[in-house]
Design a protein around this ligand. Structure first.
Ligand SMILES: Cc1cc2nc3c(=O)[nH]c(=O)nc-3n(C[C@H](O)[C@H](O)[C@H](O)COP(=O)(O)O)c2cc1C
Length: 325
């Protein structure tokens, strides 16, 4: 039983080595982070959401968000928007950038996104969602997938209906976040609603929400999900996928040592520097320092000092010094 819970998974024509995915997270899952998650055992990684309208108007920053690194395969690029034609163009841009899949964001609860009719607002309008998905499917060769929630408000159970709508429109997989949009990212995940959605379609359904180890992953897989997508637990530990895989296969997964965590963080800083330049790359890593140094000796001091760094060499010296204390 346990072996079957962890398994290779096919999404359209794309074969995933396992059914554990990194969930898309704006401001977090950039290319550097995705390389760590791939290396940390994720069978699929997903970019931050990229605006279809910004791509349509040639926004350079949005095009940069489509860039993938060799160490992050297979990778899905997630796009958001409310206009089928723009979303089809965005899918083509993602495919040209080398995406193995294109994912539609139909769950973002942020006001600015919803005001434009995108993100969670798409759940209000299954016909529009179907139009978007089918136009995208017709525009690219790679699989199109959709991520949404159990509904907009508490108690809603739109998963089964929306999953069927997406499947009929040609989507190759679904990620279902088991909380309504009104709850953002906190509160309980509704497993019954997840099970109903998974049972409603033949395409794989990735369960998402609160997976932080093998036990929570097992619960979702036993509810009928084909895979799980991990968000915040991967922010704390991008190698959480290997831990979940080991746990599902009944093996012990030793927690990473302090030295391993520092090594991983330095690798992230190097990759970030390669993408944004040294100083900007370090600045963008600031929000992760707290998570990644948590519990290490001297972490509080290191965090403060990190904010002032300008070069990778300084970062290396600092991290080594603080973790030796
Ligand atoms: C900081 C942050 C940014 C997020 N950005 C996105 C996003 O760009 N697209 C998306 O579909 N979901 C986004 N999400 C939602 C996550 O993909 C995921 O559904 C949610 O965090 C629940 O999973 P978790 O409990 O494993 O974290 C974001 C969540 C967080 C915490």
């Amino acid at each position: 039983m346990t072996e079957q819970l962890l398994r290779p998974l096919r999404v359209g024509a794309v074969q995933l080595a396992n059914n554990l995915a990194l969930a898309p997270m704006a401001g977090i899952t950039n290319a550097a982070f995705r390389v760590l998650a791939s290396g940390g055992g994720a069978g699929l990684v997903v970019t931050e959401m990229v605006s279809a309208e910004s791509l349509k108007y040639g926004n350079k920053k949005s095009f940069r968000m489509l860039e993938l690194l060799p160490g992050e395969r297979p990778a899905a690029i997630q796009v958001f928007g409310a206009d089928p034609a723009s979303m089809a163009l965005a899918a083509q841009a993602a495919e040209r950038a080398g995406a193995d899949m294109v994912d539609v964001n139909a769950g973002c609860p942020v006001k600015k996104v919803r005001r434009s009719g995108a993100g969670a607002e798409l759940m209000r309008s299954p016909l529009l969602l179907a139009d978007i998905v089918s136009r995208m499917v017709k525009s690219v060769k790679v699989p199109v997938t959709v991520k949404f929630r159990t509904g907009l408000e508490e108690g809603a159970n739109l998963g089964p209906l929306l999953a069927r709508v997406c499947e009929e429109a040609g989507a190759s997989a679904i990620t279902l976040h088991g909380r309504p949009a009104s709850q953002f990212h906190s509160g309980p995940v509704n497993l019954e609603h997840m099970a109903a959605a998974a049972a409603a379609v033949k395409i794989p359904v990735f369960g998402n929400g609160g997976v932080d180890g093998a036990a929570t992953a097992r619960t979702m897989l036993e509810a009928g999900c084909s895979g799980v997508a991990v968000g915040r637990a991967a922010v704390f530990n991008p190698a959480v996928f290997a831990e979940i895989a080991a746990g599902l296969a009944g093996r012990d997964a030793p927690a990473p040592s302090d030295a391993d965590r520092i090594k991983l963080f330095l690798r992230f800083l190097e990759l970030n520097a390669g993408i944004y330049g040294e100083e900007h790359g370090l600045a963008r890593a600031r929000k992760l320092v707290g998570y990644w140094l948590k519990g290490l000796p001297g972490a509080a001091g290191a965090r403060g000092a990190f904010m002032k760094l300008k070069t990778l060499k300084e970062a290396e010296e600092l991290l080594i010094q603080y973790t030796r204390q």
